[in-house]
Design a protein around this ligand. Structure first.
Ligand code: NIG
Ligand code: FE
Length: 396
């Protein structure tokens, strides 16, 4: 990951919305370009850095209302778990989501994704999981489908009905899981509403054994597993995910050395979410040990109203360097190519490669790639392109 190549003084050709050529601006290369292409519009990147757009492989961007009161309660000393035990947390968001129409959810989520696109995001995964009943979970998935139909970036959909046990099923987790597998899985499969199926594997939520069984059933309904794993404690979610061929396991603050070895020997991508880790004041995940073991570590925002109210991938990249000691190049690879793999779009997005979608960021003049994560929180984007078009030309 640290060997990600950087070309100085480079050119980039986009044709029909895809990368068609790139290289160093030598006189021979430029002459060759004029033989191969009819050059139309030219954009001078000046001394900016050109990066592939971010791929955000873990978000809960469809939600209703906000939870800043819980934020204030945490400032006064309550923990995330204590707030959840008092009926706040995910159940608080579920109450609000159930009362919000599909149209209003769509409008609010669209605005959030537009902001993320302006911050350089060029592909996004979005989860359900704030409905927690049949009608409301389907409502969320339909909102995600509508976003997929209207947004200029790829949208991948994840069914996270197993995000928490709703009040109606308090004390009867297995009945709730049976509702999800028996009633919702077939509907989701027949309407093609979800690419992935996720579960919150954690004390007070769902166990590793429940996660494994549930996700194995999801596979039988055509959904590839993901797991919210080892976020607040060592839950066994990583091992459960690997055993069912999960595309990714996410969070991982409490991953053990054995988990890291198992991940490296598997096809499952570890996705780290520094926004949530920082916002909740959790311990850092063992990113350096994961990379040393040969893992393709990915980064995403976890944008959600409870643990990470930020969809800013630039910040996630800077935080990964500051908090996890990932080098800027490692963090950039983690937020682009590796995150693309964590949401199954790596063949078309996540890097500058011939034939891939021309989704890219041009920064303000910078002395090096390293300067980008270094200026954390600074507005360094000069222009974003999606399929070779500026955001202005797309009405964004
Ligand atoms: O990814 N960990 C579980 N789910 C979310 C938080 C959900 C919430 O608090 O609304 C997360 O951190
Ligand atoms: Fe999450």
């Amino acid at each position: 990951m640290d060997k990600a190549p950087v070309l100085d003084d480079a050119f980039l050709v986009v044709k029909h919305g895809k990368f068609a050529a790139f290289g160093r601006q030598t006189p021979e290369a430029l002459a060759g370009l004029h033989d191969r292409f009819t050059i139309g519009e030219v954009f001078d990147a000046q001394n900016g850095v050109v990066l592939p757009s971010w791929c955000d492989a873990h978000t809960h961007t469809v939600f209703a209302g906000s939870r800043e009161q819980e934020f204030v309660d945490r400032m006064k000393g309550l923990s995330y778990q204590q707030i959840a035990e008092r009926g706040g947390g995910i159940l608080n968001s579920a109450d609000r989501l159930r009362q919000t129409s599909e149209h209003d959810l769509y409008v609010a989520a669209l605005e959030r994704v537009h902001d993320m696109i302006r911050m350089g995001t060029g592909a996004i995964e979005i989860k359900s999981g704030y409905g927690l009943d049949e009608a409301s979970e389907l409502k969320m998935l339909r909102v995600i489908r509508r976003l997929r139909e209207t947004l200029p970036i790829p949208v991948r959909s994840t069914f996270l009905g197993a995000h928490a046990v709703p009040r109606e099923f308090k004390g009867d987790r297995s009945a709730y899981l049976a509702l999800l597998t028996g009633n919702l899985f077939p509907k989701i499969a027949s309407e093609g509403l979800a690419d992935f199926c996720d579960i919150f594997c954690e004390q007070g939520y769902f166990s590793a054994e429940e996660s494994r069984e549930y996700l194995a059933a999801a596979v039988r309904h055509g959904m590839r597993p993901k797991v919210h794993a080892e976020q607040l404690s060592r839950s066994g979610g990583i091992q459960a995910g690997i055993s069912v061929g999960a595309i990714s396991v996410d969070h991982l603050e409490y991953a053990s050395d054995e988990d890291i070895r198992s991940l490296a020997a598997s096809e499952t991508i570890p996705v780290l979410l520094p926004g949530a880790q920082l916002f909740l004041g959790l311990q850092a995940p063992p990113a350096r040990r994961m990379i040393a073991a040969g893992n393709a570590v990915a980064l995403s925002t976890d944008f959600n109203p409870g643990s990470s109210p930020s969809g800013n991938m630039n910040l996630a990249v800077s935080l990964a360097s500051i908090l996890y000691k990932m080098t800027p190049r490692e963090a950039i690879v983690a937020a682009t190519l590796n995150a693309a793999a964590a949401m199954g779009v790596q063949d078309t997005h996540g890097s500058i490669g011939i034939g891939k979608a021309a989704n890219f960021i041009v920064t303000k003049p910078l002395d090096s790639v390293e300067a980008y994560p270094y200026y954390f929180g600074q507005p360094l984007i000069r222009q974003c392109f999606l399929n070779g078009r500026t955001l202005e030309s797309l009405g964004l």
